[in-house]
Design a protein around this ligand. Structure first.
Ligand code: SAM
Length: 283
């Protein structure tokens, strides 16, 4: 490894260390939505409120996880990338990134990064038998600090392509934090030939008024939940996160249609039309 974005960087932001069972967390509420066990009553209550808006929110969460699995197969199995930084990785509810990656290449280096201390605690226990899989606490809204962290930067070979994941993360970043600028910092740091895997809540507007109405209700529920985050953005806003990158076919697509296994599902429920994602390559 010859060049990194500054391996001596120290953590500037204060990261949470305490797990509070009375305050819902995004990772645990997502886990509850997927039917996982690593959550508290407050998290299940958030999941229940979202299901009241639309029961299909559970299927949407699974579409997101399935997208992550298919994208990882593509990244490791087809492109041949062997180092992945999975930002906002969440709890290892079912198949996680490294489960899929090591099946194609047992030497794949996976660096999971999440802000939530419960994700880090579970993650470290889960990966302790895997020499090339690491779990690091970090804040994705501070990309320079995250990428400089020796536990992240030092695990990666910055002279070779890598994959950066932002799967279901940036909709938890408010507009005034400028998520597009954050993504530019991430993309700038990546070596040529690297890939970005990203999915995001989608606000279809006039393109799909039926789904747009559900998006509005869900966004209201997310923003007024104790988590307070969950922005549904337009196709143009989400496309901007891929600036400087070339989309891999089929481009920015409804998750259930991004390389679905078997025939593409027909007549998707409106809620399942509310996340889009893509894989894109840095030239
Ligand atoms: N990427 C996983 C997936 O798609 O299955 C998990 C997605 S979950 C909806 C969002 C994750 O982002 C949570 O685990 C949450 O803790 C994490 N997250 C939210 N804000 C974050 C931040 N500022 N820094 C790092 N992680 C963050």
């Amino acid at each position: 490894m010859t060049s990194t974005p500054g391996r001596n960087g120290s953590r500037e932001a204060q990261l949470p260390t305490v797990i509070d069972p009375d305050v819902p967390s995004i990772a645990r509420a997502y886990d509850a939505t997927l039917g996982g066990k690593d959550n508290y009553e407050v998290d299940r209550e958030v999941a229940r409120q979202l299901r009241e808006v639309t029961p299909e929110v559970t299927t949407l969460a699974w579409d997101n996880r399935d997208f992550l699995i298919r994208a990882t197969r593509f990244i490791v199995g087809t492109v041949g990338i062997d180092q992945i930084v999975d930002v906002g990785s969440g709890l290892p509810t079912v198949e996680n990134t490294h489960d899929v990656a090591v099946r194609f290449n047992p030497d794949t280096c996976v660096v999971y990064v999440d802000i939530d201390p419960i994700v880090i605690a579970h993650g470290r226990a889960l990966v302790e038998d895997h020499e090339t899989v690491h779990c690091v606490q970090g804040d994705l809204t501070a990309p320079e600090t995250l990428l400089r962290d020796p536990e992240v930067a030092g695990r990666l070979d910055w002279d070779r392509p890598m994959a950066l994941y932002q799967v279901g993360t940036l909709h938890h970043v408010a507009d005034d934090r400028d998520p597009a600028a954050m993504m530019r910092t991430y993309v700038d740091a990546l070596p040529s030939g690297s890939h970005v895997v990203l999915s995001h809540f989608f606000s279809p507007g006039d393109e799909d008024p039926e789904a747009a109405a559900v998006a509005e209700r869900l966004e209201h529920a997310f923003l007024h939940s104790p988590m307070g985050t969950g922005r549904f953005r337009t196709r143009e806003e989400i496309a901007a996160y891929f600036d400087g990158l070339e989309f891999v076919d089929p481009g920015l697509e409804t998750l259930a249609y991004w390389w679905p296994e078997g025939p593409p599902p027909e007549n998707l429920d409106p809620a399942r039309r509310l996340m889009i994602g893509a894989v894109a390559r840095k030239p």
